[in-house]
Design a binder for this molecule. Structure first.
Ligand code: MGD
Ligand code: MGD
Ligand code: SF4
Ligand code: MO
Length: 717
């Protein structure tokens, strides 16, 4: 199909054809609309799509860099078979690779049983229809159910909190468009562009809220977001105290929404009485926030009609991650800021997030699921800190075969170097990726996946938690480089070679996506006023389609999925966690504590090979001037950071952005894979020193302790 776009250049939807290709970015959850101009089979430039009603012209520096990444000569674009030591590969044919993998996998299952096989899927797999459903489908082929993923470094705690409160993992998030008072706990959306909330225009939205009222950013660091709005500093790993004290204050001042609580929740009184001893005065020394200020925030929050509290990773990897996420939602619910315009709540979208999580096997809670520790499985994933032991410890269920789908655990999981050692023991390790990374240089096969620009797509995974519900289909902008293939096609071929033709029955992953889209609330059979969404229909609207009914077009009852239909405000696990919280003392040993951070020009561990992104960027340890003085550290000093788990030396940057007692360093740096530009960047792998033993993590969910652990710091020389 060919027509003129409003700017006069030719619009094409044929991969690789000259002209403008309307698409969207799949690097982070903003899903920004982009226009890629193709000339002579290559992308000449990528610009924001101002006609995309969802992102309205927003884009960041990383989106256009996908053009360079796609053309990167270091990319793996042919199947590679390891023929010697770590990182020694030679090109293989697809036929040979598929046949050998299928044979070895069948033999492995025959000899050691299906539980000897695990999948490790990573963050990028959520962004592509060709990969989103694959891991659970491939599990069905093998007959195993063992997954590793970044859940324990990312969303394990909020998912668990949702499951306990609502009986499903359909996500609650703030109504930014109508909110007048927003509290942001542990998120830096001006850099991360938001997560578990799809809001590419977040910057504009926050500006508008600040004009109407207030945006308060609760963070140990004065981040870009905190600097632009009101910063409320807090000690790391102490949000549970603040949130509990705020709920308590609201209860004490009779500001609870009793009508809502009576109708939709249970056990509110039991929760309130358990929280009673957690006063602002007791929270003060833990959080480093004056009791009066805690009271003030609680009262302002409760008495502003359209107010909401939101959070992200900063409260998801502490020693009370689950409780913090539970209390965050509880704060909204108790104060009457839930399921109301301008407040927090679920959303209407082309699909329901909880149902999509279920369809991808990412659901449920299995206590004691780990064979090497007492840790559970959450939302279908085992805790990352158990992966190395699961490979190395003999016994039934020992992992001997691993399929990695868009993940780089050596960089992104705690104890990365230990995981690299464990990989050496695997009988079969197959990785679907774009590069030879620090992880898959240990693989037996690296199978080349397409980049986002080389595949058709639909953002199905995210449609249930969009601030303005929308849906878009994109064709592939370019044909795949070399012999790269879509993940679905690769795993379908392996499954078929293993003798299973049932699970990957659909010809193409888009067929599955289309079926799910059509079964959704705006599908063709959903009633007279439905949009009749299908992939075919979306092809006529290349900039995407807004769901005009808006996010509040649903019945709350339909999303409360405990058998009794009530929000459970005091499940047993939370009762135990509240008691555990009360028994923790304020941390007064004077040790520095480390938290994570993200950089605008990076995405986790995988875009550092794009020269234009890393040229002006390098990771540094941010440290407060007072702490720097005490440790004899100047700007640019090299310092040794050590913990019980390891030691690295990094460059310091002295800044009053950090509160005293807290330092930060980003993850994903310190490369030694098959990516030359990335290898030449400075920095170290922070996950060489993050807590990585089972007892070091939060025990209900097994989420890693990445924010607020103690570090020793020593100046070099
Ligand atoms: N210390 C510390 N550790 C952290 C965090 C932290 O804040 N601090 N953050 C955590 C979080 S939130 C997350 S989500 C994880 C991320 O951890 P992972 O999910 O493991 O992500 P990456 O390390 O970026 O690795 C992604 C891999 O996918 C490949 N890839 C990219 N696009 C595609 C594609 O389209 N198809 C395929 N097949 N492969 C692709 C990349 O080349 C790369 O090898 O890291 C976690 N680790
Ligand atoms: N540019 C860029 N964007 C990204 C990514 C990236 O790597 N780079 N990664 C993507 C991914 S996978 C994810 S999951 C999202 C994450 O999205 P966000 O969570 O918004 O990202 P962060 O920048 O890690 O923000 C976490 C904030 O929590 C603060 N924090 C740390 N410890 C504590 C604490 O104990 N209490 C409180 N209140 N705050 C704390 C940190 O200082 C930091 O500012 O970002 C996504 N977007
Ligand atoms: S914010 Fe940047 S990385 Fe994220 S979707 Fe938009 S362009 Fe892509
Ligand atoms: Mo993440």
């Amino acid at each position: 199909m060919e027509h003129e776009n409003i700017r006069g250049s030719k619009v094409s939807n044929v991969p690789g054809e000259d002209g403008d290709h309307i698409t969207y970015c799949r690097i982070c959850e903003s899903l920004c609309g982009m226009v890629a101009t193709v000339r002579d089979g290559k992308i000449e430039k990528i610009r924001p799509d101002h006609d995309n009603p969802h992102s309205q012209g927003h884009i960041c520096v990383k989106g256009p860099a996908m053009a360079e990444l796609t053309e990167d000569p270091d990319r793996i674009i042919y199947p590679m078979k390891r023929i010697g030591g770590v990182g020694e590969f030679e090109r293989a044919s697809w036929d040979e690779a598929i046949r050998d993998i299928a044979e070895r996998l069948n033999a492995l299952i025959e000899e050691h049983g299906p539980d000897s096989f695990a999948v490790n899927y990573g963050n990028p797999s959520a962004f592509g229809i060709a990969s989103t459903f694959c891991h659970s489908m491939f599990h069905q082929v093998v007959g195993s159910s063992k997954n590793y993923s970044p859940h324990s470094e990312d969303s394990g705690a909020p998912l668990m909190a949702h499951l306990m409160l609502f009986g499903s993992v359909t996500l609650a998030f703030p109504d930014l468009e109508n909110c007048d008072y927003l509290m942001i706990f542990g998120s830096n959306p001006l850099v991360s562009h938001g997560s578990l909330i799809i809001a590419p225009t977040m910057r504009k939205e926050l500006d508008e809220i600040a004009k109407r009222g207030e945006v308060i950013v609760v963070d140990p660091r004065r981040t870009a977001t905190a600097a632009k709005f009101e910063h409320q500093p807090i000690n790391p790993d102490s949000d549970a105290w603040l949130l509990a004290a705020m709920v308590n204050t609201i209860v004490e001042n009779d500001l609870t929404d009793d009508r809502f609580l009576d109708q939709y929740s249970k056990s509110a009184e039991r929760l309130f009485s358990a929280l009673r001893p957690i006063t602002p005065e007791s929270a003060e020394p833990r959080c480093g926030i004056a009791a009066d200020r805690i009271r003030e925030m609680a009262l302002e929050f409760a008495s502003t009609k359209r107010a909401a509290a939101m959070a992200r990773t900063g409260i998801c990897r502490g020693s009370f991650a689950t409780l913090s996420n539970f209390l965050l939602n509880t704060l909204n619910i108790v104060a009457g800021k839930f399921h109301k315009k301008g407040c927090s709540g679920f959303s209407y979208g082309a699909n329901d997030t909880g149902e999509i999580f279920t369809a991808t096997g990412m659901v449920g809670y299995v206590p004691n699921a780990s064979r090497t520790s007492n840790l559970p499985q959450v939302s279908g994933s085992m805790p990352s800190v158990t992966l190395a032991d699961d490979i190395m410890m003999p016994g039934a269920g020992q992992v001997k075969g691993l399929l990695s789908l868009a993940s780089n655990p050596v960089m992104s999981m705690p104890g990365g170097p230990k995981i690299a050692e464990a990989f050496k023991q695997l009988d079969l390790y197959v990785s679907l990726d774009l590069y030879m990374t620090e992880s898959n240089r240990h693989a037996d096969y690296i199978l080349p996946a397409t980049t986002a620009l080389e595949r058709d797509d639909l953002p199905l995974f995210f449609t249930g938690h969009m601030m303005r519900p929308y849906i878009q289909y994109t064709h592939a902008v370019l044909p795949p480089k070399g012999e790269a293939r879509k993940e679905y096609d690769i795993l379908k071929a392996i499954a078929e070679a293993m003798g299973n033709t049932e699970i990957f029955a659909a010809e193409d992953s888009m067929q599955i996506a289309d079926a799910i889209l059509q079964a959704g609330p705006e599908g063709p059979d959903a009633g007279e006023d439905s949009l009749g969404l299908s992939v075919e229909m979306l092809k006529s609207y290349p900039h995407g389609v807004m769901l005009e009914k808006g996010r509040w077009n649903f019945k709350l009852e339909d999303k409360l999925r405990h058998p009794d239909g009530k929000i459970d405000l005091f499940p047993e696990l939370i009762a135990d966690e509240v008691e555990r919280l009360k028994s923790t003392a304020a941390k007064t040993n004077g040790k520095l504590r480390l938290i994570s951070s993200r950089k605008l020009r990076s995405i986790n561990s995988w875009m550092h090979n794009v020269e234009k992104l890393v040229r002006k960027d390098r990771p540094t340890l941010l440290i407060n001037p007072e702490d720097a003085r005490q440790h004899n550290i100047g700007d640019g000093s090299i310092v040794i950071l050590s913990t019980d788990w390891g030691e690295i030396s990094v460059e310091a940057e002295v800044t009053d952005e950090m509160i005293a007692g807290c330092v930060t360093y980003p993850h994903g740096w310190g490369h030694n894979g098959g990516w030359e530009t990335a290898n030449a960047t400075p920095g170290q792998n922070i996950n060489a020193i993050t807590p990585s033993t089972p007892e070091s993590v939060e025990q209900i969910t097994g989420v890693s302790f990445l924010d607020g652990f103690e570090v020793e710091l020593k100046a070099v020389g």
